[in-house]
Write a protein that binds this ligand. Sequence first.
Ligand code: NAD
Length: 344
Amino acid sequence: MAFFDLVDFDHHEQVVFCSDEETGLKAIIAVHSTKLGAAVGGCRMWDYASDEEALVDVLRLSRGMTYKNAMAGLTMGGGKSVIIGNAKEIKSEALFKAFGNALNGLGGRYVSAEDVNITTADIAIANTVTPYVTGTEGKSGNPAPFTALGTFLGIKAAVKHKLGTGDLTGLRIAIQGLGSVGYYLCEHLHKAGAKLVVTDLNQEALDKVATEFGADVVGLNEIYDQDVDVYAPCALGATINDSTIDRIKAKIVAGCANNQLAEPRHDHALVERGILYAPDYVINAGGIINVSFEEDYCIDQATAKVEEIYSTLLDVFNKADAENKPTGMVADEMAREIIARGGK
Ligand code: NAD
């Protein structure tokens, strides 16, 4: 496999393959950039179809963290890690200690938080052997409610820009994925008067959101065909792709999932279809912003910083209009400028 030529490699500073025979740990840690500070990003546990798929995923996620942290105005670089395996089968105390020891090997160049299938309890176990974790219970804690708040405000910014209203009452919003973030997002949207259309693999999560927020439940593949104002991808990445893009009737794509566009050209394709895209790493930065307040945690300061996502997104939308470019491309350019300047 030609590593350095992979599009997603994008000049990563360091990629570390970690294994531990005793616990069966197989992990990849990717450090994309430490230009703005130590690389910080979550750890994802996933049953990848191949090691190559895991590598591409961690590289894309890691680069996204560099841009996310820069756009959020944090003094943190970008990195990410993946643990390969089925979360229902491989989780153990020994495994997370082995992961903690792997983090020690990077000496603080990368600091891990939670991502898909990794909980604050898992991070707490790693924390018994390494200081290089964040988002810990008793300090900044679970980032998901803050990611949800930022995503909610990002949807409001997109609605304001595209539909010219600050009121979500009666707007129809399709949410794909009702996990740690998706559930809290539904709560915000319901309180704001939006009508929810939802899907998930998990029946329990669907029942809860249908009962609590009066959401309409649709099938996994039907979510793309809904007659809605906003499509909010909140599960996994690449759901904006060649087979879905022509089916999306929403005028706005704004959700918390990472890497929503299957390929960069889908940024242009959304513009051609008149759909406003809220770049994923800008709208979903609430969790990492909260985590950045880990030491001397203050919820009011963290919340105020998360609220800046609203104006950051309006800046991206306005610049995209002024320069007649897709929003994803404009966000990338803004992030690269911030990194070149050494901070926001
Ligand atoms: P999660 O694992 O708690 O929830 C994901 C949900 O999506 C689950 O309920 C799962 O059943 C569902 N799902 C999986 N595949 C699906 C499919 N094909 N169709 C419909 N539903 C499906 O994860 P999370 O923490 O809520 O994160 C969701 C997304 O947001 C991920 O892409 C993650 O990388 C991103 N994100 C999360 C955070 C955070 O703070 N947790 C921060 C930034 C970005």
